[in-house]
Design a protein around this ligand. Sequence first.
Ligand code: ADP
Ligand code: ZN
Length: 216
Amino acid sequence: MRLILLGAPGAGKGTVAELLIEKYGIVQLSTGDMLRSAVKAGTPLGAEAQGYMNRGELVPDSVIMGLMEQRLQSPDCESGFILDGFPRTIPQAEALKAMLSRLGLSIDGIINLEVPRGVILRRLTSRRTCSNPDCQAIYNIYTKPSKKEGVCDKCGSATIQRDDETEEAIGKRLKTYEEKTAPLIDYYRSEKTYASLPALDGREVYENIVAFLERR
Ligand code: ADP
Ligand code: ZN
């Protein structure tokens, strides 16, 4: 099973992906997580990406495509994957299409998560992320708090607000989403494997995605 998840920042792609990877035994490929790991590890790629990320801007397409090309060919991707946070621009979508055909891979589902803007804003400011780069568990102070405030349930590291989750950076990210990423909806709309689903409730949208995939 190979899937693409689309949606604004804070639409709940990570949460839905977690349920789908369990169901289908596939891996989640989140460019955001990969970039944050590279930043924490202090690699040259991480150093290049960090400024863009902190400002809420997109990292250049060439950097992202290099990351993805490597990742898609690792052995753990053989049973399938879910792309989360990628593609993020039309050029990335076009490069992905070329890359998949070169690798002889097809996509089974392209799912857009629909969430109203007010909900997105509230979710993003209430998000906390595990500071351990190997964990990166995500919490929400309202809807998914850690058992002990400020401490990750999974690994015990501190949970923090990401630098790109200040109000200013969030405004910028949403603007970037509207300009650069939302056009992907039109780009993919005519594909047979495309579905756009209301996604207020993570569990419910997960069930609707599974129903959509099994109908096909
Ligand atoms: P969000 O929570 O906004 O969905 P992610 O965790 O997916 O954020 O990404 C965080 C940041 O990493 C983005 O704001 C952007 O700077 C960078 N990033 C992640 N994926 C991509 C991508 N496919 N193309 C360009 N930049 C990316
Ligand atoms: Zn953790």
